[in-house]
Design a protein around this ligand. Structure first.
Ligand code: NAI
Length: 387
């Protein structure tokens, strides 16, 4: 698939300033296929540092703004004003910035969690519908090609009936109180900035979304969650949580979300067990998918190979054997955001009818899941209806 390279989407950024964790990958992914072109930004909570950074990135000085409100207002007055904006700021600001962007008729690509409450997420969804604008949410790992292979394998019945879904995103980076030294970690464990949860929202929502992509036919019927703060200064926010979920077909799922899995790097794993076979994907080896048929030797499927389903080849850039990684996965997502936006602009190429990307519903689902997990855990770990 190719995009309309002659007319890149005029794009702005809020947050993601110098030294931020996630700003660089947004810019790198958006620019990878020339689908977006950075035209403006309000990159930093510190206005001067943000302006200087935008100028260093090559922006016209007048379009490197002190804050997002000034940017949205000024860009709306320009004939060549931005058409889309990415939001890469701490969680507590997402709702207000998303809302303001949609009110200025911008397409939005927002970091997760989309906002703090289901009511806010529903408000953003309604606004995006009224304004006819795309809201994308950067569940970046979902752009890995082997996720598409897993989705196709489930759809084609290679696993049989789905029985068990075992998910985890359990890293060890915050096994000690590292936030005392590190400001980028400090806001994550402060409810004023992070919202009602730490690891459920920060990491658990990633495998939750990937499971939704692979298993679109399964609906969560009820869930039970328990959460802990092993580093006591993080109370009331959890640094570890386990969620148990039942699907409407009788399948059972768990999500282990953790920042205190000492010794683990990312530890994001997706294991889907069917009546005939299982598949397993690990984000630290994203080019591989383990395929284990009961009674046969396990096999490793490799990205970019002819034996994969066609859906898993669409985003292939370089063929099998050359490892692709998180930057390519994000670029794949940004390309899909671009297709969706170009569909609204009347510029989309043919063949993109079935476009799977984390949209406003995925953002809403993440927020609702976190909210329900927190309610269950804080009531002592009780089953709650999730339909
Ligand atoms: P960070 O603390 O490293 O950077 C935040 C940036 O936003 C800084 O440049 C800061 O100056 C700027 N900022 C803060 N308030 C602002 C405002 N009102 N206007 C303009 N700029 C503002 O944070 P990090 O780790 O980059 O996280 C940002 C967001 O990205 C969070 O919501 C986080 O959950 C999400 N994230 C998502 C990941 C993913 O895989 N999708 C991975 C890491 C973070």
């Amino acid at each position: 698939m190719t995009n309309d390279r002659k007319k890149p989407i005029r794009w702005g950024m809020v947050g993601g300033g110098r030294g931020s964790q996630i700003g660089y990958i947004h810019r790198s992914a958006a620019h990878r296929d020339d689908v977006f072109a950075l035209a403006a930004g309000a990159f930093d909570i510190d206005p001067e540092r943000g302006r200087a950074f935008g100028i260093d990135l090559g922006l016209d000085e007048a379009r490197s703004y002190r804050d997002y409100a000034a940017m949205f207002a000024a860009e709306a007055r320009r004939a060549d004003g931005i058409e889309a904006v990415s939001i890469a700021t701490p969680n507590n600001t997402h709702f207000a910035i998303c809302k303001a962007a949609l009110e200025h008729d911008l397409h939005v690509i927002c970091e997760k969690p989309l906002c703090f409450t289901t009511a806010e997420a529903e408000e953003l969804k309604a606004l995006s519908e009224v304004r006819d604008r795309i809201v994308g949410v950067t569940y970046g790992y979902a752009g890995h090609q082997m996720i598409e292979q897993a989705r196709a394998m489930v759809r084609n019945g290679d696993l049989g009936e789905i029985r068990i879904v075992n998910l985890q995103f359990a890293h060890g980076f915050h096994s000690a109180a590292v936030e005392e030294q590190n400001p980028a970690t400090r806001w994550r464990v402060d409810p004023k900035f992070a919202g009602p949860s730490y690891v459920l929202g920060d990491v658990g929502t990633h495998p939750l979304y990937i499971a939704k992509v692979i298993l679109p036919h399964l609906k969560i019927r009820r869930l039970l969650c328990t959460r802990q703060s092993f580093v006591k200064s993080r109370v009331p926010l959890e640094d570890n949580a386990v969620t148990l979920m039942e699907y409407d077909n009788g399948a059972i799922a768990t999500i282990w979300s953790s920042a205190v899995n000492a010794g683990s790097m990312h530890g994001q794993k997706i294991r889907i067990v069917g009546s005939k076979a299982s598949i397993e994907w690990w984000d630290e080896r994203p080019n591989q998918l383990s395929y284990e048929i009961q009674g046969e030797p396990a096999r490793i499927l490799e990205r970019g190979m002819d034996y994969l389903y066609p859906e898993a080849r669409i985003d292939d850039r370089i063929g099998g054997g050359h490892p692709e990684g998180l930057f390519e996965a994000w670029a794949n997502l940004y390309r899909r955001f671009g297709f969706a936006i170009n569909r609204e602009r009347g510029l989309a190429p043919a063949g993109i009818e079935e476009l799977v990307f984390p949209d406003v519903d995925a953002g809403l689902e993440g927020v609702r899941w976190v909210e329900t997990c927190v309610r269950s855990a804080d009531a002592g770990g009780i089953w709650l209806d999730y339909r």
